[in-house]
Design a protein around this ligand. Structure first.
Ligand code: SF4
Length: 254
């Protein structure tokens, strides 16, 4: 059990114990007796304060509640019809995948045909290339969070319109608020444009850090662009090294 789960379990057990004391008519608990002022009245601690203190531990932040909220958000998104064309042509919505509190979150553009069919982001050819980038950077796919600017496939894989990106922005913001990645890697011009509100081309922005709500964001090329222009892989690797250095992680193979 990791530290966070232990702390959550401890808070839950403490809450149960205090409930049983309250049920037995005990409303107050004495604090530890002071050795320096034994004649002072003993301080008392209310049940709610104890539970709040346990919940305030950096390890006991409500992971489970966020997980539930993320599931509820996913359900809400599955019924979203804000973009009528996308809602009528999609097979299903494609939410993000990955753990809460990841070191790194990759944000791409929109689902493609494979993603639309399977309901998971980055599972087609570009996804396989992203997997290789992830592993080459010293992560496993399941350790990072992966999502897109849009949750529905634009027909023919066309570029999302500003209106569609605007419609889906709320879902992205809520997802990132719940997932809380420490670093973000924006993949391609569309992710950069709608995440950071910057119209400058990705060629000029790649390899540079920006911020999204206090989270450092590194921009690089989208893997589908690398499939068309494999000679750009070297630049993406340079960008990943810049990111890993900023994250304080080792650079594999160095
Ligand atoms: S792209 Fe986003 S906002 Fe548009 S219909 Fe799909 S889920 Fe809704």
């Amino acid at each position: 059990m990791d530290e966070r789960k232990k702390a959550d379990e401890l808070a839950r057990m403490l809450g149960q114990h205090l409930d049983s004391l309250r049920a037995a008519g005990i409303e107050w608990l004495p604090a530890a007796e002071s050795t320096t002022s034994p004649s002072m009245p003993l301080p008392v601690v209310e049940q709610s304060s104890l539970v709040a203190a346990a919940n305030a531990s950096p390890f006991s932040e409500d992971h489970e509640q966020r997980q539930h909220a993320l599931k509820a958000l996913q359900q809400q998104v599955a019924n979203c019809t804000r973009c009528p064309q996308l809602a009528s042509t999609r097979t299903q919505t494609v939410f993000g995948v990955g753990p809460l509190d990841p070191e790194l979150c990759f944000i791409g553009e929109a689902p493609g045909a494979d993603e639309d069919r399977l309901g998971e982001p980055f599972v087609g050819a570009a996804g396989q290339l992203l997997d290789r980038i992830i592993v080459a950077s010293g992560f496993q796919r399941q350790e990072v969070y992966i999502c897109n600017i849009l949750r529905c496939r634009p027909p023919g894989n066309r570029t999302p319109t500003p209106e569609e990106a605007h419609h889906c922005q709320e879902w992205l913001e809520k997802t990132l608020d719940l997932v809380r990645p420490k670093f973000i890697c924006a993949l391609g011009g569309t992710a950069t444009k709608y995440l950071l509100g910057m119209d400058t081309g990705i060629t000029k922005l790649r390899g540079r850090f920006f911020e999204y709500r206090g989270i450092p964001v590194l921009c690089t090329f989208h893997p589908s662009y690398l499939l068309r222009s494999p000679e750009k892989k070297r630049e993406v690797w340079e960008d990943m090294k810049t990111l890993l250095t900023r994250m304080g992680r080792p650079i594999p193979g160095k």
